[in-house]
Design a protein around this ligand. Structure first.
Ligand SMILES: [Fe+2]
Ligand SMILES: [Fe+2]
Length: 222
């Protein structure tokens, strides 16, 4: 199993991709996975572990969002492929959280720690590393989200969607009204975030325990 002891000292030489914002996020992610692993080994209750994994999940999501914004700004040509990998990882983490809530004993703690750590290492070294030349220059991407493309997307997004709009009346907690309005705006204008929102909403509200077990299979006890 991976040893987290003394990580900071050797970390930058091994895993940096030379984009300071992303590198410091990655270091923090390593540390958070280490902290979560300590919690896994310490015999915490399933609720406490779910909370700890949920914290890690939030940090991961914030990091992915920062990386994706940089990719869009720089017209990174592999944006969609990269973002899809982020989404797949988030789905597995969500599935594990779902299994935690139901039966924590089904999760193999060593496999889970190794999965999180190995995914991050492989993703940094094989996927994130390709970003650096685009973020640091001299390349300017000509992919889907190049500056020209972004300008045209803005125009497309402001045009009416080729789909009938329906009016929905729902009661929501007052404190969530703004969030719901912003989600509705993203769907109405088909912004780049709309696909994320749809997938996250489906995962968060529609994942049965059987689906979660299938997605999280690699980290469950055989
Ligand atoms: Fe990434
Ligand atoms: Fe990353």
């Amino acid at each position: 199993m991976f040893e987290y002891e003394g990580l900071e000292n050797e970390w930058f030489e091994k895993y940096k991709i030379n984009v300071p914002l992303i590198d410091s996020d990655h270091l923090n992610l390593f540390m958070e996975i280490g902290r979560f692993n300590e919690h896994l080994q310490s015999g915490m209750s399933s609720e406490e572990l779910e909370k700890s994994l949920s914290f890690l999940d939030k940090y991961v999501s914030a990091h992915f969002a920062r990386e994706e914004m940089l990719m869009r700004e720089k017209g990174y040509p592999l944006y969609i492929e990269h973002k899809t990998l982020h989404l797949q990882f988030k789905k597995v983490v969500f599935a594990v959280r779902r299994v935690f809530q139901t039966d924590i004993d089904k999760v193999d703690k060593v496999k889970l720690n190794d999965f999180l750590y190995n995914w991050l290492v492989e993703h940094i070294q094989k996927v994130d590393i390709k970003l650096a030349p685009y973020v640091n220059g001299p390349y300017i991407g000509t992919g889907l989200y190049s500056t020209e493309r972004l300008q045209s997307i803005t125009l497309i997004e402001q045009a009416p969607l080729d789909e009938e709009l329906v009016e929905v009346t729902v009661k929501v907690p007052m404190s969530k009204q703004k969030v719901i309005e912003r989600c509705a705006y993203a769907f109405m204008h088909n912004t780049p975030e709309a696909q994320d929102l749809e997938e996250i909403a489906l995962a968060a509200t529609g994942m049965t325990i059987e689906e979660a077990m299938e997605l999280a299979e690699a980290v469950l006890i055989n």
